[in-house]
Write a protein that binds this ligand. Structure first.
Ligand code: B1M
Length: 209
């Protein structure tokens, strides 16, 4: 198998060591973000589709996610080395919204934003709307980034945005996650929708410079 195919195979089977090996081998010829976009996300999309169709079950989904985490750990080491810009460009609060524990995408966005020199306050996953608002105010963040992967947690995203707006803290709000569309993002009151980590960095540049 070509390295890209072995990576997708290893993730689909939840094989952690093979996943790491395949990423290492790909990294000799491909950059980290390309591996994420061209192999990691498509592999997880296929796993998600098979789960949805009932061809695989939660244990397999969990194994594939664990293998994908290994890929991410490997890619993180090179992505973190790549940038090295000074941390002086402004603060961004990041969170996966309440009820949602999917954080692989948010963590990729975090690494890229750090690379671009932003200070990231990462609240993690399953984060209460009030905590997002309180933290944004306390830290004086100019941008808040919210991630949601499930239709059921879009409500929490909307609630978080409402609370942030009501707090009067004048930050911009960016949202992302496979379940969102630009139209839906606008409807729930977000200022920006980012389809991937690169777009998130472009938005941060526009908002914070
Ligand atoms: Co679950 N899951 N999962 N899952 N899971 C999905 C999301 C699902 C679509 C699968 C499916 O059925 N097809 C489905 C949701 C259906 C829906 O609502 N429409 C689903 C379900 C149902 C569930 C459970 C309910 C299953 C169960 O228990 N019965 C459960 C939910 C638990 C909970 O949250 N309360 C569950 C659990 C899990 C695991 C724990 C096993 C694992 C997550 C591990 C983890 O994240 N630590 C998992 C996984 C891995 C997935 C899939 C397969 C892959 C998600 C992923 O990591 N993609 C997913 C199917 C799919 O997405 N096709 C699925 C790779 C990642 C890099 O992409 O997150 O889209 P993504 O991020 C991208 C962009 O979207 C964007 O940039 C990133 C990089 O390019 N982006 C942002 C994301 N956030 C951003 C924020 C920004 C900007 C850009 O600004 C702030």
């Amino acid at each position: 198998l070509a390295p890209g195919e072995s990576l997708e195979y290893a993730i689909s089977r939840g094989l952690k060591d093979e996943t790491r090996q395949a990423v290492k081998s790909l990294l000799s010829s491909t950059d980290g973000l390309t591996i994420v976009n061209e192999h990691l996300i498509p592999a997880l999309d296929r796993v998600g589709d098979r789960f949805e169709r009932g061809e695989i079950f939660l244990p397999q989904l969990i194994h594939s996610a664990a293998a994908a985490q290994q890929a991410f750990e490997e890619i993180k080491t090179v992505l973190s080395k790549a940038g090295g810009a000074p941390m002086s460009k402004g603060k961004i609060v990041l969170a996966t919204v309440r009820g949602d524990i999917h954080d692989i995408g948010k963590n990729i966005v975090k690494i890229i934003l750090e690379n671009y020199g932003y200070k990231i306050i990462d609240l993690g996953r399953d984060v209460e709307p009030n905590l997002v608002a309180k933290t944004a105010i306390k830290e004086g963040a100019g941008l808040v980034g919210l991630s949601a992967l499930m239709t059921t947690t879009l409500k929490s995203m909307e609630e978080t945005i409402t609370i942030l707006r009501k707090s009067g803290h004048g930050c911009k709000i960016m949202v992302g996650g496979a379940v969102l569309t630009p139209e839906y993002a606008a409807r729930i009151g977000a200022d920006y929708y980012a389809k991937d980590a690169k777009q998130a960095a472009d938005i941060a540049k526009e908002v914070l410079g």
